[in-house]
Design a protein around this ligand. Structure first.
Ligand SMILES: [Mn+2]
Length: 226
């Protein structure tokens, strides 16, 4: 972490946030400023809760400062008027590259956009994949929460039907198998099953323990060759 010194003001369109010279502090201030007034789709929750959650997930999973900053900033290019130059000036090229890779082209139709994202994950750097999993986990947590509040009407808020969203999430998770031992990957898997297949976490856990117990006691029968 760099020291908190050289306080000043950023000057960008519509914003006057203080900057500190510290990557994480600046990413927080920048994202808060840029997402001001935005709400999460179909809810009364401030949008900024989502980037905060993504950054928090990345912190819990031991990610570097640059990855955490990219998590905080991952939606500014897609959902606000932020320019690439602004990000480059304040956060440098590495963070810009991460944020750009996580930005979808919203002028394209939903299915095409998602297919592009899925295909890009094959060659994506691991830092990009980390932010991508954290983003999906944050979204899945919201879906699970909203499902208990709004029930199936939740799906009307999305730009695609439920089965298409399910397809997209399974495809993305399928590209993340090299992270299958991380906490966030496991939580994604549990929530995918809970949200789309409707099997509650506790049933899933009971089943998981059952499999482990069976695996522990099961010894294959001796095969004799004569
Ligand atoms: Mn996001």
């Amino acid at each position: 972490m760099q020291p908190l010194e050289d306080p000043g003001k950023w000057e960008f369109e519509g914003g006057t946030a203080s900057y500190t010279g510290n990557l994480i502090h600046d990413a927080i201030n920048f994202a808060v400023e840029k997402h001001t007034g935005q709400m999460r789709k179909g809810t009364d929750k401030p949008y900024i809760q989502h980037p905060f959650e993504v950054m928090q997930i990345l912190t819990e999973n031991g990610c570097s400062e640059k990855v955490r900053a990219a998590g905080m900033l991952h939606d500014v290019l897609e959902d606000t008027k932020t320019t690439r130059e602004e990000i480059q000036d304040i956060f440098g090229n590495d963070v810009l590259k991460l944020v750009t890779s996580l930005t979808e082209d919203k002028s394209k139709p939903w299915r095409e956009r998602k297919q592009t994202t899925i295909d890009s994950l094959d060659a994506a750097k691991y830092e990009i994949k980390l932010v991508c999993i954290a983003d999906k986990l944050s979204n899945l947590r919201s879906m699970a929460e909203d499902l208990t509040v709004s029930g199936e009407s939740l799906w009307q808020r999305f730009n695609a039907p439920k089965n298409e969203i399910e397809w997209y999430y399974w495809q993305v998770l399928g590209k993340m198998t090299n992270f299958k031992y991380t906490k966030m990957y496991k939580e994604c898997l549990i929530l995918l099953i809970q949200v789309f297949i409707g099997v509650d976490y506790y049933y899933f856990l009971a089943f998981y323990i059952f499999v482990i117990v069976i695996d522990f006691f099961y010894t294959p029968a001796q095969v004799e060759f004569t």
